[in-house]
Design a protein around this ligand. Structure first.
Ligand code: CMC
Length: 392
């Protein structure tokens, strides 16, 4: 019979060729289209990174203006979608709402679901980059019982998102430029990360010819798990549960205990066996933002820093090469901005949308593309005959 490679978790299988993102896990290096993430986080901004991921080059000023215009033109969702939101339980987790609403986009935007048409693919990409912040903010507003806030297209991408989340009717809302820069940086740091579980899910769903909205909804569903994007929520909840620096050793001991399923959230990575370069930028950003807000004595940040210090000196973490990952410090910044933990993963999702859609577009135009169809090693019963119920 056929011989297959058994590779659970795809630890040694490359499922595609890609020109988008490069990771060197041993060095802790992350490049988008060749540009180091540290340089992008410092000098670029989220929409420029979107352009880079989608089209392969940094935009000229004119290309950037045009792209920004194309994105902002699509920030509003169809008014009828408001009714769709109202079908959810009022206290639904925003991720649950997002999986549903993004999946339903294919029912609202028929004119960009024909994957054979490059123009429709482009419109679908722009629509999702433009609308995901609106949808995430609406999911949040719905979960707290506040009215939806329409997008404001004179604001930059991050500021518009913050405003849609935090503005309330009849009250002034000025976006704090410190928060908006921090939000933009969080978005940049999450924009793409090659063939992680959710991106592979998007590619697998797309390989059957499914429409792009359905594929991104599949990616959002996959991202939700605590081993993946859900780790940012789980991490802040863990840091809060630890609460004070003196309780850290107890939690370190639990993480090391083979019989205890507890893991240090925000630690470890399938590919990075060194510092996650995104975590380094995120830590610096947390320091900066909390400093500028005058809350650098935030107890959660203190616990996080001390936990990192202790873990990095511990033999268990050293020998298994477990370092802080992108989710370790992001929650602290989002918390300081006023987001509840339930919004952390939706923010990851809206930021990763550009990565998913860039990878989906790359796959669709790859001549080597085929439907994804892993094989298995069957270890069940061999052929046997049906028995009548009285005989069982
Ligand atoms: N705390 C304690 N032990 C750990 C941890 C951790 N966070 N992560 C891995 N280990 C141990 C694990 O028990 C295993 O030990 P042994 O070899 O003795 O069985 C060893 O390290 C290797 O772990 P693994 O589960 O085989 O590694 P993996 O590549 O399958 O998993 C991971 C990677 C990220 C799922 C895992 O490190 C983890 O669960 N981390 C916590 C959740 C988290 O922070 N996820 C976010 C990942 S980065 C952003 C994203 O993808 O969203």
């Amino acid at each position: 019979g056929d011989v297959f490679t058994y590779d659970p978790g795809f630890t040694s299988t490359a499922a595609c060729e890609s020109t988008i993102t490069f990771i060197d896990g041993d060095k802790g290096e992350l490049l988008h289209r060749g540009y180091p993430i540290e340089q992008l986080a410092e000098k670029s901004h989220f929409l420029e990174v979107c352009y880079l991921l989608l089209y392969g080059e940094l935009p000229t000023a004119a290309q950037m203006d045009d792209f920004e215009m194309r994105v902002t033109r699509h920030t509003m969702v169809h008014e009828q979608m408001h009714n769709f939101f109202r079908g959810f339980r009022r206290d639904a987790h925003p991720m649950a709402t997002m999986v549903g609403v993004v999946g339903a986009m294919s029912a609202f935007y028929h004119d960009s679901t024909d994957i054979a048409d490059p123009w429709q693919r482009e419109v679908a990409a722009i629509r999702m980059i433009a609308k995901l912040p609106t949808i995430a903010a609406m999911a949040y507003k719905y979960s707290i019982g506040q009215p939806f806030v329409y997008p404001r297209n004179d604001l930059d991408y991050a500021s518009n998102f913050l405003r849609m989340c935090f503005a309330v009717p009849a009250e002034e809302y000025e976006v704090d430029p410190i928060l908006s820069r921090a939000m933009d940086r969080i978005m940049m740091l999450h924009a793409d990360h090659e063939q992680n579980a959710s991106t592979s899910t998007v590619r697998l769903a797309g390989s059957s010819g499914a429409n792009p909205f359905a594929c991104i909804a599949a990616g959002i569903a996959c991202l939700w798990g605590p081993a993946h994007g859900g780790a940012n929520q789980a991490c802040l909840e863990m840091l809060r549960e630890i609460g004070t620096v003196d309780r850290i050793p107890e939690f370190i001991a639990r993480a090391k205990d083979k019989d205890d399923p507890f893991r240090l959230m925000g630690f470890g990575h399938r590919v990075y066996k060194n510092f996650d370069p995104r975590a380094k930028v995120m830590k610096q950003s947390a320091d900066e933002v909390l400093g500028l807000m005058g809350i650098e004595d935030n107890p959660t940040l203190q616990v996080a820093k001390e936990l990192e210090r202790i873990a990095l000196e511990d033999d268990y973490f050293i020998s298994k090469k477990l370092y802080p990952n992108v989710d370790f410090y992001s929650g602290i910044i989002l918390d300081a901005m006023g987001f509840p933990t339930s919004m952390f993963t939706p923010i990851f999702a809206l930021s990763r949308t550009v990565g998913w859609i860039s990878q989906w577009k790359e796959m669709i135009s790859d001549p080597a593309q085929k439907i994804g169809r892993p094989r298995q090693l069957y270890i069940g019963e061999t052929r046997r005959d049906y028995t009548e119920v009285e005989e069982r």
